[in-house]
Design a protein around this ligand. Structure first.
Ligand code: C5P
Length: 221
């Protein structure tokens, strides 16, 4: 049993993957299961924190003892995270947020038309929530953690992303076929803005979650 080292703290965790609608029945989505975010929420609650979980499309039941906000799109996730982060001691962005959304939403289902080529979908950028909350901290000393899924040059790309996003910690996962997405286990390296590098061996997502909180606690204001 972990010491209640997050007692009296409010932490915000985002989990799942956003869906960006094209029409009433279709969306652009991703393969994030939300399991890592849920593990982060459960372990933080077990360590005494008040937890706000911003959940996007996981289909999983709300964890006991956690405040859950349900969202669908990146824009909705941003609103919910900014609101919850206002009085948070730490924010962990485990959600897979779509980098782009369709530029327009069709009120009616997009249909095949005789003699018309396949439609072209124009995308626009979504806000980068992690970069935004890191650049403009709701509280001095707020600890912000990001996740990065990389397929190659994992550490170099991770270092670069940590700097670009401006967060305090970045959990870097190697992804690919049959790795990480939807799995019960994870293997990662946690990079810190002060140059630290903490490898987390292949193991349950709870173990990685506890390592993240172990690294967050000493950085809390
Ligand atoms: O840039 P990339 O998508 O690889 O960054 C991943 C990290 O940034 C994750 O922590 C994710 O939650 C966050 N993110 C975000 N807003 C976006 C895209 C990613 O907060 N639009």
């Amino acid at each position: 049993v972990e010491a209640p080292d997050l007692a009296g703290r409010h932490v915000v965790v985002s989990a799942g993957g956003t869906r960006e609608p094209l029409d009433p029945v279709r969306y652009l989505g991703n393969r994030s299961s939300g399991k890592q975010g849920y593990a982060l929420a459960r372990t933080a609650a077990a360590r005494g924190a008040r937890v706000t979980l911003v959940e996007a499309n996981t289909g999983m039941p709300d964890p006991a003892g956690v405040d859950v906000v349900h969202v669908g799109t990146a824009v909705q996730l941003r609103e919910a995270v900014l609101k919850a982060a206002a009085d948070a001691d730490a924010v962990v962005m485990a959600a897979a947020v779509a980098d782009f959304r369709p530029a327009t939403y069709a009120e009616g289902k997009i249909k095949k038309k005789d003699g018309v080529e396949a439609p072209v979908v124009t995308l626009v950028r979504n806000p980068d929530i992690l970069a935004e909350i890191s650049a403009d901290r709701a509280r001095p000393g707020q600890v912000i953690v990001g996740f990065a899924a990389e397929t190659d040059d994992v550490l170099a790309n991770g270092r670069d992303k940590l700097r670009r996003k401006g967060c305090d910690l970045l959990v870097v996962n190697e992804v690919g076929e049959n790795r990480t997405f939807g799995a019960e286990v994870n293997e990662a390296v946690v990079l810190s803005a002060d140059g630290g590098e903490t490898p987390v061996p292949h193991g349950p997502k709870e173990a990685l979650a506890d390592t993240v909180w172990d690294l967050v606690v000493p950085r809390l204001a």
